[in-house]
Every structure is written in C-alpha cells, then in structure tokens.
Design a protein around this ligand. Structure first.
Ligand SMILES: *Cc1c(COP(=O)(O)O)cnc(C)c1O
Length: 253
C-alpha cells in the first residue's frame, strides 16, 4: 500500500470512530445524528488531508489561522482540479469554517475563503466582517463566541477570545443587523478546568436567550475531541474535531 493510501485508511478509521461517538451521544440524548454537523479541524495538517477527508464524505473543514487557511483552501482547490472531476466535485462543496481568534484587519482575507466564522467576539470585528463580506459579494455565517471562564480567570488571562456572557445579546443583535452577515448562533470552548457539561449548560441557556430574539439563530458550535459527548448532550449542532480525526498536534508552546 502507498503512503498516501495508509493515510487515507487512517483518516477513514478515525472518521468512523468519531461518527460512532457522535451517533452514540445523539442516541443517549434522544437526538437525530443528522442534527449534528461534524467540522474536521485540519489546522497544522496539509491540504492533502483535506482532500482525503472530502473524499471520505466530510463536507465541513475548520481552521484557526487565516495565514494557514487561505493558502490551504487555494491548494485544496488546485489539487482537486488536478485530480479530476470526481475529487473536484467532493471538494467544491466544502464549507470552510474560521474557528480561531481573529483580528479585524484580517476580515477581508477571511471573507475570501471562509463560509462561516465561529469566533465573532467584538463589535469592531462584526463591522469588519460585514464590510469584507459585502465587498466580496457574499454572506458569511457567524457564531458569537462566548468566554465561559469564571470572571476572575478571564480577567487574569485576557485576550483569549470570546465575549463575556452578559455582552452576548448586544453582539448577537449587531451581527443580526448586518446585511452581509447571517447570525447562526453561539460558539464556545469549554474552559480547561471545570466540567465541560457545566460550561455547556451555561452556553445552552445563553443560546436560548439569543434564540428568543433571533429564532433563526438555532445553531450551537461546541464540543471538540475530548468533550463532544457533553456538547451533544447540551444541544451542540456543530462539533469541531481535530486530533481525534487527524492525530495529535505538536504542542503550541
Ligand atoms: C483546535 C480547535 C478545535 C479542535 O480541537 P481538538 O481537541 O483537536 O479536537 C476545536 N475548536 C477550536 C476553537 C480549536 O482551536
């Protein structure tokens, strides 16, 4: 078997295991597995892995850095063209999700490759994304990212991404008021310490508040490799899974 074939086999096995986890979590919660979208988080992994995942039926790709994702999305399109019609068909339908912290000066670049932004956490970014999406003649799906850490922990380590829970309704209204943005719902990462279930319960309550004002904002982006079951139990509609699909990443620092 070729090296490439080995990698596809590995990705296929990992994908089957993750899909089985999602199905089990949905069964436990009495939910339809079709109500959960799996976003494969391909950060640090090559474009060839994206093409392989697309070939295995993955339609949603997550990235956390604009500098990495823009070129990767372009390379995926080029690889697909070279590989012929069948591969091209699988990759042109891909939806790219920006899930990482984002500076407003990157809005234009992100609007060039992303279909959805999960890390909307301040008004300045909302305005930047709206202008960029309008200039590109597109509509960007947006999730308002919530910082679920205790206020003291958030104050001790600011700039981690996400807005304070009490600022969520205003930020959601700002997104909803933009012509080139579509408010989809909320997003969060469970804090490192504490129970993911408790954190996702807080997120679900906030999401219900937002939905009361914006009935179409019915999506909830929560759950990663380590805590997707807790997220599905709390109502997640989008899980963002990296290492369980692609393998462990080298530590960031
Ligand atoms: C990297 C990342 C993920 C995926 O994390 P894994 O633990 O590898 O599944 C999900 N969400 C965000 C915001 C990320 O940065």
């Amino acid at each position: 078997m070729t090296l490439m074939g080995d990698r596809v086999g590995e990705l296929a096995a990992n994908l089957a295991a993750v899909r089985a986890r999602i199905a089990a979590a949905c069964a436990a919660a009495g939910r339809d597995p079709g109500s959960v979208t799996l976003i494969a988080v391909t950060k640090t992994y090559p474009a060839a892995d994206v093409v392989a995942l697309a070939g295995l039926g993955v339609a949603d790709i997550g990235e956390n850095r604009d500098q990495e994702a823009g070129p990767k999305a372009a390379l995926v399109a080029a690889l697909a063209r070279d590989a012929g019609a069948e591969v091209a068909a699988g990759t042109t339908g891909l939806r790219w999700h920006m899930i990482g912290q984002l500076q407003s000066n990157k809005a234009r670049s992100v609007a060039g490759w992303a279909h959805a932004v999960h890390s909307v956490d301040r008004e300045r970014l909302v305005r930047g994304l709206d202008r960029a999406a309008a200039a590109a003649d597109r509509v960007l799906d947006c999730f308002v990212e919530v910082d679920l850490r205790e206020p003291a922990a958030a104050a001790a380590d600011p700039g981690r991404g996400g807005t304070a829970p009490d600022a969520v309704p205003d930020l959601a209204a700002a997104v909803a008021g933009c012509a080139a943005l579509r408010l989809r719902g909320l997003m969060a990462v469970a804090p490192r310490d504490g129970s993911p279930a408790a954190a996702f319960a807080v997120l679900a309550r906030l999401a219900a508040v937002v939905r009361a004002d914006h009935p179409h904002a019915d999506a909830l982006s929560a759950g990663m490799s380590g805590d997707l079951e807790a997220a599905v139990a709390a109502g997640a509609t989008h899980v963002r899974v990296g290492s369980a699909l692609l393998g462990a990443r080298p530590p960031l620092h």
